[in-house]
Design a protein around this ligand. Sequence first.
Ligand code: PMP
Length: 410
Amino acid sequence: MSNPTSYDVATLRNLFPILHRKVKGKDLVYLDNAATSQKPIQVIDALVHYYTHYNANIHRGLHTLADEATAAYEAARVAVQQFIGAAFHEEIIFTKGTTESINIVARSWGSAFLQRGDEIIISSLEHHANIVPWQMIAEEKGAILKVIPMDDNGVLDMGAYSNMLSEKTKFVSIIHVSNALGIINPVEEIIALAHEKNALVLLDGAQSCVHLDIDVKKLDCDFYVFSGHKIYGPTGVGVLYGKRELLEKMPPFLGGGEMIKEVTFEKTTYNELPFKFEAGTPNIADVIVLKPAIDFINNYGKANIRAHEEELLAYATSKLKEIEGLKIIGDVQNKISVISFVIEGVHPQDLAILLDNQGIAVRTGHHCAQPLMQRLGIVGTTRVSFAAYNTLAEIEVLIAALHKSLKMLR
Ligand code: PMP
């Protein structure tokens, strides 16, 4: 980490086999990184290596393969702990992804601690994964869900948030970085204000984890969640970080093997952290290969990757703004390398199809944030999102393809 590999995007691209494929006869230009990032060869090789050499069930085995798999699985936990600055490795729970992590907190913490009339606060920018679980538990417990409003550019109204907080507020669950618009929310302030009222705070880090330096101790968030597949890692695995004293008080989410200490037909005692929340055989292979994904990021250095992405963001933003009728939503200073835009008279889906014909992958639609789109009064946006391997030349290709597509659509 202290001595990152020097940043040469051409060399870096060579680590990603998929970037060398063609789409519709054209070089692939992959600009859908906020949905999922591509995987470097170290991650792909580590997955094959696991299944080829030491596939075994973990923790309970007394044989070499089980020992090796357990050691690699627990090494991934320590890698994640260091990646997000957690104080203890047992504060890292492996889940299926961000969605499952939020559901665990809403269900486990909510069922134990929420009472009728309690209030939960989310924001206008939330992904469905940070809306629906809270609606479900609020309905069950008779709690009230409140939503922080925003302006037309997606900036949260912090005055309204401050006024919304009261002794009734028990939980604040906030998207750290908006997947739909790229905006970085003022989470330090959000957390400090919530804590003044003794409310807990969960940060949905699905989009922040790969771009920003994350130190959960410094942030002082109570929970932080993210998915492996957005940090150059595999699908099917994610992380729930929670402060130890909170996780210890929360009841298990799933019951079964691994999460128990002792079972009789009369009574079960639960295992300690983190196993209490990891019932059954986990996704061993994908957890293990989170480590090479994190190593990849650390080798290049988050700051170097971010600087590269910021260059792409600035260039693409200025080029896009030259297009007549194009409006960027979330055009603020404090954002990551995501650009969401609408073009007058053009349906985003039509545009996506024409871009795909030119080998360019972008995302269009509501980005799993329908209430945000309703608030903005639009059906959806076209979103381009950059990763470590994107290039200025790819932005040129995008801009040329946009001009060509718009000639056909207008
Ligand atoms: N929150 C945000 C901000 C996201 O971007 C996503 C993924 N688009 C999710 C939650 C859900 O993540 P997953 O589908 O990996 O569970």
